[in-house]
Design a protein around this ligand. Sequence first.
Ligand code: SF4
Ligand code: SF4
Length: 119
Amino acid sequence: MFAMVKNVIKNLFSRPSTRLFPYQTREFFPNVRGSIDNDPEVCIYCGACQMRCPSEAIVVNRAEKVWTINPYKCILCGVCAQICPKKSIAIHSEYVHPQSSKVKKIRQKKVVEEAQSHA
Ligand code: SF4
Ligand code: SF4
């Protein structure tokens, strides 16, 4: 009984043991693998990342220059970022937030249409 009362008094006057999430967040540790992204303007759509991905999370459409990742299949092994010849894949610390539906991340190269000269 005495031990419990001592504990209650101690807890009343000490700082909270947990953070007030989401108002207080913790910095990510260095080199944390949270999520994968690709720069569509640097990527050459060679398909190497798709071939090497162990969980078949990446799909590359060479013809239409579209790179897609299913973040719910990705196991964040980092192989795609290591083998990418253009180093266009980045591993971010920020993790994939919970969502109500399984959304894929799609990256597509911007197509710059040249104005045709009728001169
Ligand atoms: S390996 Fe790199 S350059 Fe090739 S498709 Fe994947 S992200 Fe693009
Ligand atoms: S990190 Fe690994 S599992 Fe995730 S997309 Fe890249 S190769 Fe696939």
